[in-house]
Design a protein around this ligand. Structure first.
Ligand code: HEM
Length: 399
């Protein structure tokens, strides 16, 4: 295998099997212009041995399907029916209900001293193979990424208490004495900036989901044959010092100063790539972004949080002075390597929670909550039921 930096790409990798291209900075491939121009060329996915086995060689899954008629059909269904603006808006009450359910589970778990949860998803009675594959694909793609994002955000906010307090002060000033809602988000610029900064610092797929070209192309004078695998080093792009000053610092104010950088609108295409880019960009970006922001807003508005003993005792390798581990761990998915242990203290604004729940929380001594992605996944799986699909979520294994 040989790598070359002779082109404007960061690396063109020749291997015995398939050619590969790695892009690791904002200006790779000649910057946004060339990327945009060749987006359609790189809109396919390379074969994946594991998924080949799982799908019995059919690749009938939105995330892994090559760019052909099957993928186009799914893309049309998803964009025009599941995530169209009208359908998305009509599901707001369901998302609100699920957020309230999340708060209820947190209060109850805190009272009982429960530490963690896991979810099993089963009994999806659908007879059409493609619908099943679509639903499973959405569940796979939607739950973990959103849960993982909220968990990283909570870790950063525990490591940066001043930022957390500033976000809570913004919520108090803007929302006052009712529970925060989706419609408040446009009026919460600091919270939105925290979410973006968290996307930047902790991309869930640091080396992107792989793209593949279906025809030869020339980018910035460099020739790429058909079937070139494109890997975007999103981690490096998000920390490009020519774009981000002091890139290793968690500093939401950079996005307060540049509110136009919006990973959902896609106008900053290659600056903040948390949801990928181009035709294969995440179709659930708006839902994911709304759920992440709403969950974070509710967690901050309703509770005061404290780092629990287990988190401090875990040593916080690469973490900050209060012992929260905020170092990224490099694998296909950027999970936190150590679980995040937090304490919920009595609610900040007890009147916001249902009276019975608030009383339970006041009477209980603070308990450790393992704020793991298993826990949040179980909640997120529930919100995905809004897609109108019969999903039975069985919550088991709470310790
Ligand atoms: C914060 C939450 C989320 C993040 C960070 C995220 C991130 C991503 C990324 C990076 C990709 C790959 C894009 C590319 O190849 O360029 C992707 C693809 C995908 N995501 Fe998401 N996602 C999130 C939430 C969701 C939700 C809620 C759903 C659906 C309910 C979803 C469904 C999908 C699907 C189906 C794909 C495959 C698209 C394709 O290959 O055509 N995602 N997502």
């Amino acid at each position: 295998m040989a790598t070359s930096n002779s082109c404007n790409t960061d690396a063109k990798i020749e291997s015995a099997s398939r050619p590969k291209a790695m892009s690791g900075s904002f200006d790779s491939f000649g910057g946004q212009g060339d990327f945009r121009k060749h987006d359609a060329t790189f809109a396919s996915r390379p074969p994946c041995r594991v998924f080949n086995i799982l799908s019995e060689g059919t690749y009938r899954n939105m995330g892994y399907a090559p760019c052909g008629p099957f993928w186009h059909r799914l893309k049309r269904i998803v964009t025009t029916q599941l995530f169209s603006p009208a359908v998305y808006a009509s599901h707001e009450p369901i998302r609100r209900k699920e957020i309230h359910y999340m708060l209820k589970v947190l209060v109850e778990d805190s009272h009982k001293g429960k530490k963690s949860g896991e979810s099993l998803i089963g009994n999806i009675f659908l007879d059409d193979r493609d619908i099943v594959s679509l639903v499973v694909g959405l569940l796979n793609a939607g739950t973990d990424a959103s849960a993982n994002t909220v968990e990283w955000a909570m870790a950063e906010l525990m490591a940066n208490p001043d930022i957390r307090k500033k976000a809570q002060a913004e919520l108090d000033a803007v929302v006052q004495d009712r529970l925060v809602q989706e419609s408040d988000i446009p009026n919460l610029p600091f919270l939105q900036a925290i979410v973006k900064e968290n996307y930047r610092m902790h991309p869930s797929a640091p080396l992107s989901v792989r793209h593949e070209s279906h025809e030869p192309c020339v980018i910035s004078g460099c020739e790429f044959p058909a079937l070139t695998e494109l890997i975007m080093n999103i981690f490096a792009i998000h920390r490009d010092p020519s774009v981000y000053e002091n890139p290793d610092k968690f500093d939401p104010t950079r996005f307060v100063r540049s509110p136009e950088v919006d990973p959902v609108a896609g106008n900053d295409f290659y600056q903040l790539m948390r949801f990928g880019a181009g035709r294969r960009m995440c179709p659930g970006q708006q839902l994911g972004n709304t759920m992440v922001t709403s969950m974070l807003a509710n967690l901050l508005q309703c509770f005061e949080w404290e780092t629990a003993t287990s988190e401090r005792e875990s040593g916080g390798g690469g973490g900050d002075e209060v012992g929260v581990d905020i170092a990224n761990h490099y694998s296909f998915i950027n999970y936190r390597q150590k679980p995040l242990y937090l304490l919920t203290k009595p609610p900040r604004l007890a009147s916001l929670l249902q009276p019975t729940l608030a009383i339970i929380l006041f009477l209980s001594t603070p308990q450790q909550i393992l704020f793991s992605d298993g826990f949040t996944s179980s909640l997120l799986s529930l919100f995905l039921s809004y897609l109108g699909i019969v999903v039975v979520v069985v919550t088991v294994g709470r310790i």
